[in-house]
Design a protein around this ligand. Structure first.
Ligand SMILES: *[C@@H]1O[C@H](CO)[C@@H](O)[C@H](O)[C@H]1NC(C)=O
Ligand SMILES: *[C@@H]1O[C@H](CO)[C@@H](O)[C@H](O)[C@H]1NC(C)=O
Ligand SMILES: *[C@@H]1O[C@H](CO)[C@@H](O)[C@H](O)[C@H]1NC(C)=O
Ligand SMILES: *[C@@H]1O[C@H](CO)[C@@H](O)[C@H](O)[C@H]1NC(C)=O
Ligand SMILES: *[C@@H]1O[C@H](CO)[C@@H](O)[C@H](O)[C@H]1NC(C)=O
Ligand SMILES: *[C@@H]1O[C@H](CO)[C@@H](O)[C@H](O)[C@H]1NC(C)=O
Length: 468
């Protein structure tokens, strides 16, 4: 049953100013739906490099459910000379790339005199996440930074936060005790700054808070270690260091869940993530208002994503909705797991040819500016199936509305209204970007640019205090 997807919902994005109701373009049995955009006030502001993708450490023998979908996509062996990879990253100018993942806490950096030993990751059933420690050689770090320089990447680097700690004695608790030994990280930072490489942000640890995954560090200990990292950063990077609190999102469940496709198109399921973003915003506001929430890693489905799902058109229902929702709740950065590797890759892991979500990410980055506006869909029985997000446009006047059509049966006659503030002058010019699945198959994969039109967007000129 699950495989027999015959209907073709369209994913749509609209970019519109609030110039009053627009005549709808669609015909047939359309439900009227009005998208109300309150353009007079900003509800949130993202970082300029909100769209982010991750590179992971997983070696090619990282496997889940009998599949090993990482190939040579590790930070250690990714082919940085590949021209498709190069162009795909460069197209963003600037894409934020976060380097990290489960194995980051067991990586040593072969620099200075505190790296201990330096060896490659090997499978080890007794090791954390099934692997031994690994190592980053400085010649590889140089190659990575040459790539980042050429593509003008904004780099976020996840540091090895388990260094110097040991597993607490007794029981099968995942607690790791002791101070973080930051000397290896300090030597990496010193090397990096000395070479003139630009790492925009340093992140400490991967999923070690709360109950952790394979390992955890107690909150008070973590706090002391973060303060230590901050002092180190001020020494090497100067003032203005980024303060973000990262959390990871895999809200669709396991990569082998046969309901993944259904969940991605279910508005009430997608809405459940609002609670996560709201809770995160509240926690940060109450406990550290000088910082801001980041999604440091999000692949939708965990354990490498869903085969033939997470790298297909249908995943965009989840992904674009997450970008819109997280930004509206004050998230500054949203890192998609993964740029390359796993089943949730933005680029095919062996050929680097873009998958559908790559284009969603690029369109968001080019069209949606940092200022988020309140947008809501009203009227029509299909309202929950038409999701809307609005931002001031990026580097041009007016605003951009992203519309996501989750309905498998209803066509929407969409009009956009500014609500009580709808009287702003408007030239009526707009651009639309439509994204629809190739051949109507929501599990299709983009093979060429011209087959990848999936999104429907409209821009208008508009005069407004917030956006202009
Ligand atoms: C991975 O890289 C190794 C070493 O360069 C190469 O021999 C192998 O063919 C590559 N594997 C894939 C799937 O590209
Ligand atoms: C590189 O990216 C930054 C944003 O991170 C941007 O301000 C800068 O203009 C870009 N540099 C070039 C040469 O395009
Ligand atoms: C090990 O962990 C399990 C699950 O958390 C728990 O039920 C069990 O009591 C623990 N055993 C020991 C010896 O701590
Ligand atoms: C990547 O591209 C190759 C060549 O087109 C294809 O055989 C493979 O199935 C693609 N990988 C995935 C995960 O789609
Ligand atoms: C269309 O969507 C509705 C509501 O989500 C669902 O109950 C129905 O099974 C879907 N129809 C098909 C053919 O997928
Ligand atoms: C939404 O999807 C339905 C079903 O595929 C389609 O009939 C309708 O035209 C779409 N509406 C828009 C605005 O794209």
């Amino acid at each position: 049953m699950a495989a027999a997807v015959v209907v073709l919902p369209l994913l749509a994005a609209l970019l519109v100013p609030f110039s009053g109701l627009q005549p709808a373009a669609a015909g047939g049995n359309a439900a009227a739906a009005t998208v109300v955009v309150k353009a007079a006030t900003a509800i949130a502001r993202t970082d300029d490099n909100f769209v982010c993708a991750t590179l992971d450490w997983w070696p090619s023998d990282k496997c889940n459910y009998g599949m090993c979908p990482w190939y040579n996509s590790s930070i250690i062996n990714l082919d940085l000379d590949n021209p498709i990879l190069h162009n795909a990253v460069k197209a963003f100018n600037s894409l934020r790339i976060r380097l990290g993942g489960s194995l980051q806490d067991q990586v040593s950096y072969k620099v200075g005199s505190h790296f201990g030993h330096c060896r490659s990751f090997r499978r080890d059933d007794g090791g954390l996440f099934g692997f031994t420690d690994g190592c980053l050689h400085m010649n590889r770090w140089d190659e990575l930074n040459v790539f980042f320089g050429k593509t003008n990447t904004t780099v976020t680097f996840g540091l090895n936060a388990l260094r110097g700690r040991s597993k607490a004695a007794g029981g099968n608790d995942t607690l790791y005790a002791g101070d973080w030994d930051g000397r290896n990280a300090r030597d990496l930072m010193r090397y990096t700054v000395g070479k003139g490489y630009r790492v925009e942000s340093w992140e400490l640890g991967n999923e070690l808070s709360g109950s952790g995954v394979a390992a955890r560090v107690a909150a008070a200990q973590y706090g002391r270690d973060v303060a230590r990292l901050k002092r180190m950063m001020l020494r090497f990077s100067g003032a203005g260091a980024v303060d973000g609190v990262t959390h990871h999102i895999y809200n669709l469940g396991s990569g082998k869940d046969s309901d993944l496709i259904k969940k991605m198109q279910d508005p009430s399921y997608l809405d459940q993530a609002k609670k996560t973003f709201r809770d995160m915003a509240t926690t940060v506001r109450d406990a550290g208002p000088w910082s801001s929430p980041w999604v440091g890693e999000a692949g939708g489905a965990y354990n490498s994503g869903g085969k033939d799902v997470s790298d297909r058109y249908v995943d965009s229902f989840w992904y674009l909705d997450q970008l819109g929702m997280s930004a509206a709740y004050g998230t500054k950065v949203y890192c998609r797991q993964a740029l390359v590797g796993g089943n949730y890759c933005l680029l095919n892991t062996t050929t680097f040819v873009p998958n559908p979500d790559y284009y969603g990410a690029l369109l968001w980055h080019r069209l949606m500016g940092p200022v988020a506006l309140k947008a809501a869909t009203a009227g029509g029985g299909g309202a929950p199936y038409l999701r809307s997000y609005a931002h001031c446009s990026r580097e041009q006047p007016g605003l951009t509305v992203l519309l996501i059509n989750l309905s498998n049966s209803t066509a929407f006659d969409v009009s956009v209204s500014g609500g009580p503030l709808g009287a702003a002058p408007c030239g009526g010019r707009r651009e639309e970007y439509h994204l629809s699945p190739h051949g109507g198959d929501i599990q299709s994969q983009c093979k060429r640019f011209d087959l990848c039109i999936m999104f429907f967007a409209i821009t208008y000129e508009s005069v407004d205090a917030v956006c202009d």
